[in-house]
Design a protein around this ligand. Sequence first.
Ligand code: R5P
Length: 295
Amino acid sequence: LKVFTGNSNPALAHEICGHLGIDLSPLQISRFSNDNLFVQIQENVRERDVFVVQPFTEPVSEHIMELLITLDALRSASARRITAVIPYYSYARSDKKDAPRISIAGKLIADLLQTAGANRVLTMDLHADQVHGFFNIPVDHLTAVPLIADYFKANYDLSRMVAVATDAGGAKRAGRFSERLNIPLAIIDKRRVSDTQVKQGHVVGDVKDMDAVIFEDEISTGGTLMSTVKTLQQAGVRSIHVGAVHPVLCGPAITNLREADISSLVVTNTVYLPEQKQLEKITQLSVASLMAEAI
Ligand code: R5P
């Protein structure tokens, strides 16, 4: 068994190896003068079971190319089985044809992974469960919902807590979170206006004088979060917390989070957070042991 990493989250790969009791295997990724990527596997992988850790984080296209070329290099080097470990599969958000003449890129990338040499994919909390079906190879779809829920159970008073889904699409996931904590669930009616803006309507469920925990698969620009905080405040909540699996935190997210009237944000480390994104209100839980167990 050998574990390699690209450049998107080496810290997580190291942690996974720590749980497995092995060292990370060496890989060289560099660039030619013309900007082409060069990848070389730096030890023998013949007939080995190999894993490549590479969540799709910014710069996403770059990290996807790194992974594809690494998978191809491993296949050429006669690895027996190759698993792409993609804790955050960003293209899961491109899962339907909701405008004319567009690509369902989530499916395209799934095909490319297989073409490049992946025999199996290990991922976590896909934006929509059915994206699993885009892959023609086995997929282990893990979830961090219990990890985050158990953190809330251990650290918060749940007596007046209500889980909140920011839209109907997220209701299933937030529902699993609320069930684990045995707390009620509220759902907000949401329409996406643009990449960074959403519009919300009614809150379905009782949130007045309650401690709300907004539960999300990811916080990307924080646009949904800002809108949800406003909607919940108008509905009379007592306090607001957030649980989310993937802290993408791109664009205006950090500014939004600083301003947002939320007491805490509990996320995982599927996405690496550089120091400038580590706000005091953010707690990052590690998914390394879950990943290691699945490996
Ligand atoms: C939306 O359907 C997702 O569950 C999240 O609400 C969304 O991806 C968050 O994006 P943003 O932070 O940019 O609003």
